[in-house]
Design a protein around this ligand. Structure first.
Ligand SMILES: [Zn+2]
Length: 425
């Protein structure tokens, strides 16, 4: 199918584009960007009033398959992703079994191919079974298609194991992505340790649990030369450390979630278990530090940490409910509402973090509309007002803290390799 996306405002930070122009797609590839492109033999898509962006990339998605298909499958998660404008998603390895070997990596790739919606990039485990003891088969997983390694959800506590993992990953040119949390310090905490945890009588997790692990990982990045990615960064101190590390030229990157940008620990008042995630919602000064770090370029990517859970699992007392919220279908609306419509962050910077900024972290060949690239495209209606209604999600799960939020900014349509995979109502 050959297509002309006509009259939209193309914002592509990978090539400094921010102008109204037409985009021609032939055989799944972008072949021309320009003005008054001939319409001969092309299907026309009128994008007047819309933003044409490279397809979004989510570095942090839990697809739950294999093992917990009642929460999400690769197919349902991919459908949710493209509805949220994400044409490429990185699948976390904490499935059942854990993606710690090439056969699981291949299984995920095969299932994603069957689903035929988003590009799915598996992320392999750092250690076998994510137990933090022996290194996983990183080389074989890389050959099978893994783009990075992480033990997300189960921080690698043994620093010597982490050092070896970084040395091994460095030689393979794989990024080590880390869920930074000293689990001895965070112990059985269920929310951020502070004023609200005291008021609510809930066990807190100190910000120091994250900060100390971020400090350790930066030091290990320095001695090993490995590329280290700090996942879902959430504290002001951790941000300061990443900023300093970048200034020193260390190969350290970081991502932030929409929920840490939009909410604070005050949201836990009322005990809605959809405010329970890990790392927890932090304080207002942490949230402000995250936004500051977006403005000054410290943060590389916005990643959702999409973590589906069944309704019955979240309908427990706060102490017992699992950590995690879904996010791919609400990310754009929430982020535009909180960052762009508040006047804090320009649209092109937000698009940068959702596209080329994320692509660079794991060296993905995505996040650009350059001529010759696969036509992964997200059309954004920045002014469209809509209400977040979980019943309408494509995801199998409903665990969002943003139910019934009225937001401004919506994905209008999505293409993957030139094939339209989503259109808004
Ligand atoms: Zn995590």
């Amino acid at each position: 199918m050959n297509l002309l996306i006509k009259g939209g405002k193309i914002i592509d930070p990978s090539q400094g584009l921010d102008e109204i122009a037409d985009l021609r797609i032939e055989n799944g590839v972008i072949t021309q960007i320009g003005h008054a492109i001939s319409e001969d033999n092309l299907e026309i898509f009128d994008a007047t009033g819309l933003i044409v962006s490279p397809g979004f990339i989510d570095l942090h998605v839990h697809l739950r398959e294999p093992g917990e298909e009642y929460k999400e499958t690769i197919a349902s998660g991919s459908a949710a992703a493209v509805a949220g404008g994400f044409t490429s998603i990185c699948a976390m390895p904490n499935t059942k079994p854990v993606n710690d070997n090439a056969s699981i990596t291949r299984y995920i790739i095969d299932k994603a191919r069957e689903a035929n919606l988003a590009n799915v990039y598996p992320v392999g485990a750092i250690t076998r079974g994510s137990k933090g003891e022996e290194l996983a088969e990183m080389a074989e997983m890389k050959t099978a298609g893994a783009v990075a390694v992480t033990d997300d959800g189960k921080p690698v506590m043994n620093s010597q194991v982490m050092r070896h993992a970084m040395e091994y990953a460095r030689d393979l040119d794989l990024v080590v992505a880390d869920h930074c949390q000293d689990t001895c310090l965070s112990a059985c905490g269920v929310m951020h340790e502070g004023k609200y945890s005291t008021q609510l009588g809930l066990k807190g997790m100190s910000g120091a649990a994250e900060d100390s692990h971020v400090a350790r990982d930066i030091m290990l990045a320095e001695i090993t030369g490995a590329r280290v990615h700090i996942m879902h960064i959430s504290t002001a101190k951790a941000i300061r450390m990443v900023r300093d590390a970048k200034q020193k030229g260390l190969p350290v990157t970081c991502e932030v979630t929409p929920h840490h940008l939009a909410l604070t620990d005050s949201a836990v008042v009322g005990f809605d278990t959809n405010t329970k995630m890990n790392p927890p919602l932090r304080t207002e000064s942490d949230r402000e530090a995250l936004i500051e770090a977006i403005i000054d370029g410290t943060i590389d990517a916005i990643a959702t940490d999409h973590a589906p859970h069944h309704l019955d699992e979240k309908m427990l007392e706060y102490d017992h409910a699992p950590f995690g919220v879904i996010g791919v279908e609400t990310a754009l609306g929430v982020v535009l509402q909180v960052l762009y419509h508040s006047g804090k962050v320009p649209l092109r910077r937000i698009i940068e973090m959702l596209t080329i900024g994320a692509a660079r972290v794991f060296s993905l060949p995505k996040g650009t509309l350059k001529v010759g690239s696969q036509a992964d495209i997200t059309l954004i209606d920045p002014e469209r007002e809509w209400k977040i209604e979980p019943a309408k999600f494509k995801s199998k799960s409903r665990n969002t803290p943003f139910a019934n939020w009225e937001v401004k900014g919506k994905v209008h349509a999505t293409w993957v390799s030139g094939r339209q995979v989503f259109q808004t109502d």
